[in-house]
Design a binder for this molecule. Structure first.
Ligand code: FAD
Ligand code: SF4
Length: 495
C-alpha cells in the first residue's frame, strides 16, 4: 500500500465513454482508457484491506460478491500505483487467463464488494485490470508459452467459449495435447458470437486464440460434436474430454402469433450482426437486418441491451425494450447491503444511446407481450402488450398477472427474444447418456467437475447454467485441474 491516504485524497476517475452520437455511427468499442499516469493514481485508492472483500468470490443471495477468480487486486493495485506494470501483469496472470475479456465485459462483482465503496465510489478495479493487460499486449510481454515437456496425454475440449478456452490454456500448460472442437466458423463462443463488437472487439478474441494456437493448442472449427463427429469417436480418440458447450437453448415465448416471420432469438440476431461485420467484404447487409424498422426487444437484461445497441447501429426506425420486472431502485435498498451485489438500476450503453436518439428510455417496465400481430403477409407487424401486477399464486409464488384495460399495441416489424436460456442442448450429451439436473445442466460430483462418466468433465454455462464470463473462466480453470488429476494422479494447476 504505497499511499496510505490515497482513498482520502484521490477521487475515483474512469475514462468517459465515447459520446453516444459518435459511437452509434460505427462498431468500434465505446469504452476508452485513462492516460497511464491517471490510472496509476487510481491504484493508490486501494486500502490493501486486511480482509479484501474484492477477492472473495462468494455467492450471496445468488449473486457473486467479490471476484470468482480471486484476483490479487490489493497487490496489483499497489504495483500500478508504484509504476511497476510488469510485476502487476505477472500477478494478474496468476489467477486470470483472459483479463482483456473480463477487463472489458465483466460487471465487476469485485467493485460491488470493495470496502472503499462503503462510503465512497469503489476502487476502479476493472479499469486497472484492463490497463495492465492492454499494456502487456502493447509492450510485447504476451508471448506464446508452450509447455517445456509434453505428458503424452490428449484432451478434447468441446466448445470454445471462455470456459473451453480457459480449460484449454490450463491443460496445455500442464503439458497435455489439447484439441478444441467448435461448431461455429470462429472460436470464442459468446465472446465472438454474442457479445457485440462495440463491447468486446473481436480482434482481441482472435489475437488470444492465435497466441494459444502458437502455444500448441489445436482448434477445429465448423465441427459440431454429436453431429459432424460422433461423441463416442471423440471420447475414443482422447484420454479425457471436457464439455464446455454453454447453455445455448433460448427461452421462448409461446403467445399467439409466435410463428410469424420477423421474430428472432437474440443470439441469432447478434450472431448474424457480428458475422456480417467480420465478413463485411462479402455481404451487403446482415442476414437479420432491422434497418428502417420498428424493433421490440423482449427482455430487459444485458442481452436485450446488446440487441438495442445493435439495432441502433443497423439504423432501425425505433427500438423498445419490454421488461416484465419492476424498475430497480437508484440506490441499494436496506435489504441489499454491502458487500452484496448492488441490485440497482443501471442505464447501460444501449439504453443511453436510445435516450440520446429518442429522448426516452427504451425500457417499458412491468410489461408483457400478449400476442404478436400479423401484418397481413405472415410477417409480424406489431405486438399487443399489457402491464402486469406481480401477485402470489395459490402456492404463494409471485406471478405476473396482466392488468385488464392496460393493453397497448406497439409497432414492430422485428421482434428480438432476449429472455434468457434454459440450459445446454441435448444432442452430444444424450449420446453419452450423461446425468443432468432438474434444470438440464450437466451434473458433476461435488467439486470434481467430473460427469457421471469417468474421464468426461464439464464446465462453464453447460454445468453452471447461464452466467458470466468470469465464472466461465473460473470453471474452465477448475475443470482443468480436475482433469489433470484424472490424467496424472496429481496437479500443479491452481483450482
Ligand atoms: C448476448 C450475450 C451477452 C453477454 N454479455 C456478457 C457480458 O457483457 N459480461 C459477462 O460476463 N457475460 C456476458 N454474457 C454471458 C457469457 O457470455 C457466458 O456466461 C459465457 O460466454 C459462458 O461461457 P461458456 O464457455 O460456458 O459457453 P459459451 O460462451 O456459450 O460457448 C460455448 C461454445 O460451445 C460451442 N458448442 C456447443 N455445442 C457444441 C458441440 N456439440 N460441438 C462443438 N461446439 C459446440 C458453441 O458453439 C459455443 O461456441 C453474455 C451472454 C450473452 C448471450
Ligand atoms: S476491497 Fe477495495 S480497497 Fe480493499 S483491497 Fe480490495 S480493492 Fe483494495
Amino acid at each position: 500500500m504505497g499511499d496510505p491516504n490515497g482513498f482520502l485524497t484521490t477521487q475515483r476517475l474512469v475514462a468517459a465513454d465515447r459520446a453516444p452520437l459518435e459511437r452509434i455511427r460505427d462498431w468500434q468499442e465505446f469504452h476508452a482508457a485513462l492516460p497511464g499516469v491517471d490510472q496509476e493514481r487510481q491504484g493508490s485508492r486501494c486500502m490493501n484491506c486486511g480482509i479484501p472483500f474484492c477477492q472473495a468470490g462468494v455467492l450471496i443471495k445468488g449473486a457473486a460478491s467479490g471476484c470468482p477468480l480471486h484476483n490479487l487486486m490489493p497487490e496489483w493495485n499497489d504495483l500500478i500505483w508504484r509504476g511497476q506494470w510488469h510485476e502487476a501483469w505477472l500477478r494478474l496472470m496468476k489467477t486470470n487467463n483472459f483479463p482483456e475479456f473480463t477487463g472489458r465485459v465483466c460487471p465487476a462483482p469485485c467493485e460491488g464488494a470493495c470496502t472503499v465503496g462503503l462510503n465512497d465510489p469503489p476502487v476502479t478495479i476493472k479499469a486497472n485490470e484492463c490497463a495492465i493487460i492492454d499494456r502487456a499486449w502493447s509492450e510485447g510481454w504476451m508471448q506464446p508459452q508452450p509447455p517445456k515437456r509434453r505428458s503424452g496425454k490428449s484432451v478434447a475440449i468441446v466448445g470454445s467459449g471462455p470456459a473451453g478456452l480457459a480449460c484449454a490454456d490450463q491443460l496445455n500448460k500442464a503439458g497435455h495435447q489439447v484439441v478444441v472442437y467448435e461448431r461455429a466458423d470462429r472460436p470464442g463462443g459468446l465472446l465472438t458470437y454474442g457479445i457485440p463488437n462495440m463491447k468486446l472487439d473481436k480482434t482481441w478474441v482472435s489475437r488470444r486464440v492465435a497466441l494459444m494456437a502458437d502455444a500448441g493448442i489445436a482448434f477445429v472449427t465448423g465441427c459440431e460434436v454429436g453431429r459432424d463427429l460422433p461423441m463416442p469417436q471423440v471420447r475414443a480418440a482422447h484420454d479425457a474430454v471436457v464439455l464446455c458447450g454453454g447453455a445455448t437453448r433460448p427461452r421462448d415465448l409461446s403467445v399467439p402469433g409466435r410463428s410469424l416471420s420477423g421474430i428472432h432469438f437474440a443470439v441469432d440476431y447478434l450472431t448474424a450482426s457480428t458475422r456480417w461485420l467480420l465478413d463485411q467484404q462479402a455481404n451487403g447487409r446482415p442476414s437479420i437486418d432491422v434497418r428502417g424498422l420498428d424493433v421490440v426487444v423482449i427482455g430487459g437484461g444485458d442481452t436485450g441491451t446488446d440487441c438495442v445497441a445493435t439495432a441502433i447501429r443497423q439504423g432501425c426506425r425505433s427500438v423498445r425494450q419490454l421488461e416484465i420486472m419492476p424498475e430497480a431502485p437508484a440506490e441499494r435498498r436496506g435489504d441489499n447491503p454491502w458487500p452484496q451485489w448492488p441490485a440497482i438500476k443501471r442505464t447501460d450503453y444501449g439504453q443511453e444511446e436510445a435516450i440520446f436518439i429518442s429522448g426516452a428510455d427504451p425500457r417499458h417496465y412491468l410489461t408483457t407481450a400478449l400476442a404478436f400481430l400479423d401484418d397481413g403477409h405472415g410477417q409480424v407487424g406489431g405486438i399487443e402488450t399489457a402491464r402486469v401486477n406481480w401477485t402470489p399464486n395459490s402456492q404463494g409464488r409471485m406471478t405476473p398477472i396482466p392488468v385488464p384495460g392496460s393493453e397497448q399495441t406497439l409497432p414492430a416489424q422485428r421482434v428480438l427474444l432476449a429472455m434468457g436460456f434454459l440450459g445446454p442442448e441435448s444432442t452430444a450429451l444424450d449420446e453419452l447418456q450423461l446425468a443432468r439436473d432438474a434444470q438440464s445442466r450437466v451434473q458433476t460430483g461435488d467439486g470434481s467437475y467430473q460427469t457421471s462418466q469417468a474421464g468426461i468433465f464439464a464446465a462453464g454455462d453447460m454445468r453452471r447454467g447461464q452466467s458470466l464470463v468470469v465464472w466461465a473462466i473460473q470453471e474452465g480453470r477448475a475443470a482443468a485441474r480436475a482433469c489433470d488429476i484424472y490424467l496424472s494422479g496429481t496437479s500443479l494447476l491452481p483450482g
